[in-house]
Design a protein around this ligand. Structure first.
Ligand code: AHR
Length: 682
């Protein structure tokens, strides 16, 4: 590290002293003859996890909350008390201690649902496990309606309301069971103001047992907080289960698909890969509530779901198949993260017995087979039967999530060998960070350091990869975000990430992949402090960090060019001991060349609240064209944030620029990331 930091600034000073003239403050020198590493197409990906209602109430298009009446189910061995869920006392395999862990618990009797009667007598409802619709989803709702109840109205309020659009079709699907109910049923969509915006009369079947009903609902009005109601006019007992209201107009019209606007907004990032299912939910608070991908397949009516590490029930609606389908739909590679028989080490941290490890190895091998196997394999045949004959684009397997220590290393080694032997074409990733003890690990293809930090960390560490040893494994920065001291995620956060990204791109021979985390937040459930994309029932908002990710990915060069930045004129530079010049100020740059368009790409971060004047020199590259483009992401202040009211306040603007040359002056705006695309004369 030290060697680099001494040599590069001195070389830069020599260039600077002859090329920087007043009033220019600094300079960027790009050497076209010094071709750097290829910037791989895998570089910019995304990390999905069911956190902050990212899927349920977010990307996944279902509008009914608690559709299977399973939300009061907790993992085996847990117990609920008021609004707390208690995890069982299990030994953490690292600390050997047993901790008392409690988690958020919804204390309502039947979350998402309410029942009102208009008459003198009142109907009642309760959950029951008698005669389940499907064994995987044991609960249903029993409604007992007495005489003189008038109309008894069962209401689902969705995930903080239901976003519906005028004239669009919503498929209502539900199941009823009754033997003696006498009376009518009208299903309605109600606006937030209490008007009926769609309705249908249901002819209740006399067939015994569960009967399925499918009804298209087309609201005559757009509403962000509509509700679904079932109005029973008669008396008797009725059981109801699996109530789903699903837009027909999903992303690419996939059944059981994704909210179109959210899926498109994510696709606009052009992610090279998607990581699924997370995150801590891979491990579970303890092993018992880890994500079980096999339970996420098939008719969503049969999916059990699971109480999620982040304090609510994951319906498993956005399951393994839907994830792989979305990857295929947007041209991304899939990354599946498997459990290695370890519960979350930040939480309960239990470990399965060594004798049970094979179960988890088989589980990940089955997952891979589901994605890429053929008809002759059990899980390949299951995928084909689900309507997808071709393999899915699964490319990466991460072995565990945020696991560490001797037991993890031992398990990683076993998993790595088993997966590699069968699927040598896959890239296998370990959880190790830059400083992990990797004793016992013979080989990993990539390691996965995570950073959730404050802005100074990213500004001060944009060179962290420069001097790391090469040749052993690649780096996948699987989770990173500036999420401390930056409000809900302001421009300072975004620019510090941009500065860090310049370092990742500059070191793309080593850092081959990165994904910001977490990805989504339903605005009503900010469990994690800062997230990339905010979701409301009808709106999607990208934070400034979203636009950093977007413009960085859209302007990925084919390879790097040697780029030296001198943020201040020589006489004013006072680098902090041990830091490079770039570290002591708030300007950062990386340059590269795009072979497909024949342009030089210069990315420049100016994280100060004043303009930065720089002279840009492009050496040894032939004659530079005058004409090109500047993509600018800027804010009025470092504290500025996007919001639902001003979603595009901080968003990129592309302008033509006609004054490029081999040496030109450029004024970088205050609080900005600028990407210059510069052509070369033929
Ligand atoms: O991104 C949120 C959480 O941060 C992830 O679930 C976990 O891997 C990390 O600790």
């Amino acid at each position: 590290m030290k060697k680099y930091l001494i040599i590069i600034p001195l070389a830069a000073v020599m260039v600077s002293s002859c090329s920087v003239k007043s009033p220019t403050e600094g300079s960027i020198v790009i050497d076209m003859a010094k071709k750097g590493a290829e910037v791989p197409s895998s570089m910019y990906g995304v990390f999905f996890e069911e956190i902050n209602h990212a899927g349920d109430g977010g990307l996944y298009a279902e509008l009914v909350q608690n559709r299977s009446f399973e939300e009061k189910e907790y993992p085996e061995g847990y117990f609920a008390e008021g609004d707390k869920l208690h995890a069982p006392p299990l030994k953490n395999h690292l600390t050997m201690k047993v901790s008392e862990e409690t988690y958020r618990w919804n204390s309502e009797d039947i979350p998402g649902w309410s029942l009102e009667s208009t008459g003198a007598e009142k109907a009642g409802m309760k959950l029951t496990r008698q005669n389940p619709l499907d064994p995987a989803t044991p609960n249903s709702l029993q409604i007992i309606i007495p005489k003189d109840a008038g109309e008894s109205v069962l209401v689902n309020g969705g995930y903080w309301g239901m976003g519906v659009k005028s004239g669009e079709c919503y498929d209502l699907r539900f199941y009823l069971r009754t033997d003696e109910y006498k009376g009518g049923l009208i299903v309605r969509l109600m606006s937030s103001g209490g008007q009926v915006i769609a309705n249908a009369a249901i002819n209740i079947s006399k067939n015994p047992g569960w009967n399925e009903y499918k009804v298209p609902m087309i609201p005559g009005q757009t509403d962000a907080k509509a509700r679904l109601t079932f109005g029973f006019s008669g008396e008797g007992t009725i059981w109801i289960d699996y109530v789903s209201l699903f837009p027909e107009n999903t992303f690419k019209n996939r059944p059981n698909g994704l909210r179109k606007d959210v899926a498109e907004f994510l696709a606009d990032l052009h992610p090279a890969f998607i990581r699924w299912p997370g995150g801590c939910i891979v491990e579970g608070i303890s092993l018992i509530n880890r994500v079980e991908w096999k339970k996420t397949l098939g008719d969503p009516m049969t999916r059990s779901g699971q109480y999620d590490t982040w304090g609510y029930r994951n319906t498993y609606g956005f399951g393994y198949h839907e994830f792989l389908q979305y990857c295929e739909d947007i041209g991304a590679k899939g990354m599946f993260v498997c459990n290695v028989g370890l519960g979350c080490q930040y939480r309960v941290g239990d470990a399965c017995k060594d004798g049970d490890v094979q179960f988890y190895i088989n589980d990940v091998l089955d997952a891979i087979e589901y994605a890429v196997g053929d008809q002759s394999s059990q899980w390949g045949a299951t995928r084909i039967a689900a309507g997808h004959p071709e393999p899915f684009p699964l490319q990466y397997i991460e072995i565990g999530n945020e696991n560490w220590g001797p037991l993890y290393n031992q398990r990683f080694e076993t998993f790595y060998k088993a997966i590699k032997a069968k699927y040598p074409q896959l890239t296998l990733i370990s959880n190790h960070s830059l400083k992990s003890d990797m004793s016992g690990v013979t080989r990993t293809d990539m390691i996965d350091p995570h950073w959730y930090v404050d802005p100074d960390f990213f500004f001060d560490n944009s060179h962290i990869f420069d001097t790391l040893p090469r040749g052993k494994y690649g780096i996948y920065v699987g989770e990173y975000a500036c999420n401390q001291k930056v409000g809900g995620g302001n421009m300072l956060a975004a620019l510090s990430e941009a500065a860090f990204i310049t370092g990742m791109e500059r070191n793309s021979d080593l850092v081959k992949m990165a994904s910001y985390a977490p990805l989504f937040e339903n605005r009503n459930d900010r469990t994690w402090p800062v997230n990339l994309i905010w979701i409301d029932n009808l709106e999607v908002v990208g934070r400034s960090s979203y636009y950093v990710q977007k413009v960085m990915a859209e302007n990925k060069p084919t390879y790097n060019l040697k780029t030296v930045i001198i943020p201040r004129a020589v006489s004013t530079i006072e680098p902090k001991a041990g830091n490079s010049f770039a570290d002591s100020t708030r300007q950062f740059s990386v340059g590269g060349y795009d072979e497909t368009t024949g342009e030089i790409i210069v990315k420049v971060v100016n994280a100060e609240e004043k303009p930065w004047q720089a002279k840009i020199s492009i050496n040894r590259g032939g004659r530079i064209s005058r004409h090109g483009e500047a993509v600018t992401l800027r804010a009025d202040s470092l504290k500025a944030e996007n919001s639902f009211e001003e979603p595009l306040k901080i968003s990129p603007v592309t302008t033509k620029y006609d004054a490029f040359s081999n040496e030109f002056d450029y004024e970088f705006e205050p609080c900005s990331l600028t990407i210059l695309r510069i052509g070369i004369e033929k």
